[in-house]
Design a protein around this ligand. Structure first.
Ligand SMILES: [Zn+2]
Length: 177
């Protein structure tokens, strides 16, 4: 079961991932398999630990899913190594799902605009600016490699309800198999 999607409460989703210090064939293989899985699962973003790779790598392709694209707005495809949010601005309400929480969709607050510093696949320093949908995807995926699931942004009572429902459904599905 190499590189299967990990779902909550898998422990790897609760841990901060290691920094990448190898910019070689191995990294390219990780990135390739991440894109492959993300497209199979029809996600717009994927963090390495979601498929069991314990490093700070995220991939994004906002062309993979239809969303409220503004007129003239192009989708973007990117690989970010060791990404860090260095600036946040504004606040928006974001309705999100997560490949690691099948069936869960919640509305949480997110920054409207973020600036992210990272390395590219060659190890070169890059800076990305994201607004609205891209800002949300960046925040969601960067949280993953820091061990932060999106349910953390729900108030405690709401979080408990969502999690209880999710775990119940997960058990039922496991039984049905
Ligand atoms: Zn997610």
């Amino acid at each position: 079961m190499a590189y299967e999607i990990r779902t909550w409460p898998d422990r790897i989703l609760k841990q901060k991932m290691k920094e990448v210090d190898f910019f070689d064939e191995r990294l390219k293989e990780y990135v390739d398999v991440m894109f492959e899985r993300m497209y199979q699962l029809e996600g717009v973003g994927l963090a390495a630990n979601q498929i069991g790779i314990p490093y700070q790598i995220i991939v994004i392709d906002t062309n993979t899913k239809k969303y409220d694209q503004q007129e003239g707005e192009e989708g973007v495809k990117m690989v970010l190594i060791n990404p860090q949010i260095v600036k946040k601005e504004g606040e928006i309400e974001s309705t999100e799902g997560c490949l690691s929480f099948p069936g869960v969709q919640i509305t949480i607050p997110r920054a409207e605009k973020v600036v992210v510093k990272a390395k590219d696949i060659e190890g070169k320093d890059i800076e990305i600016e994201g607004e609205n949908f891209l800002a949300v995807v960046l925040q969601h995926e960067i949280d993953h490699i820091n061990g932060i699931p999106f349910i953390n942004y729900l108030p405690p009572v709401k979080r408990r309800i969502v999690l209880d429902r999710y775990m119940k459904k997960k058990k039922e599905l496991a039984k049905a198999k």
